[in-house]
Design a protein around this ligand. Structure first.
Ligand code: GRF
Length: 210
């Protein structure tokens, strides 16, 4: 189990991760770096998360997540939002792509687009997102900067079910980390991301048994 000494995680990490039944069929949606994709893939590889990543959808040509996915041997699909007339049209294509790959659980991991009811209704309660704040504090863009500007002493990350309003929806798991007096955006973000990589795989398992 990964090191969690600097973080408070609620609910606590499971000591025994559910391994019964068929593996969870995951589809990951990402726009940029893809470190959460990699953390989820590693948790699966370690045997901590009983799941398979069926497809990685990304929307920005050249995004690093696509290189990571290919290195991990995962199927990638580029759906460039710029080529769709509306958010709904993009989401319709996403739903079709996910279904074609046999996906049951939609894992948004740095997907920088608002999603619509077209996606949410196609996978009821099975669309998850991770956000770099202790929601409901600091939803939206630049959450880490928002936390620094507010002067909070605890920051963190949240895995939640996706609903229509941005960064809303029932919370599945959170991790809190200290904000140090000399933190920059980069240092705090790195501390938060370390915990994202711990809680996202665990939260997927938790959501699946709930
Ligand atoms: C994470 O900080 C996540 O909380 C936010 O986007 C970032 C994605 O990071 N939604 P990565 O692409 O997984 O490295």
């Amino acid at each position: 189990m990964p090191e969690t000494a600097t973080a408070i995680i609620a609910p606590p990490l499971p000591t025994v991760w559910p391994q019964f039944g068929q593996p969870l069929q995951l589809g990951v949606m990402a726009s940029g770096n893809g470190s959460n994709l990699e953390a989820i893939a590693q948790a699966i590889h370690r045997g901590d998360l009983h799941a398979e990543i069926r497809a990685v959808i990304y929307n920005n040509p050249g995004a690093k997540v696509a290189d990571r996915a290919r290195r991990l041997g995962l199927p990638t699909v580029l759906l460039n939002h710029r080529q769709y007339p509306s958010r709904e049209a993009l989401d319709k294509e996403i739903v079709e792509t996910l279904r074609r790959h046999g996906v049951e659980w939609v894992i948004m991991a740095g997907w920088m687009r608002c999603v619509t009811s077209v996606l949410i209704d196609a996978f009821p309660r099975q669309v998850l997102n991770i956000h770099p704040s202790l929601l409901p504090s600091f939803p939206g863009l630049r959450a880490v900067d928002q936390a620094l500007a507010a002067g909070v002493k605890l920051a963190g990350c949240t895995v939640h079910h996706v609903e229509l309003a941005v960064d809303s929806g029932p919370v599945i798991m959170q991790a809190a980390v200290p904000v140090e007096p000399d933190d920059s955006t980069e240092t705090l973000q790195a501390r938060i991301q370390q915990q994202e990589h711990v809680i996202y795989p665990a939260a997927i398992a938790l959501a699946a048994i709930a």
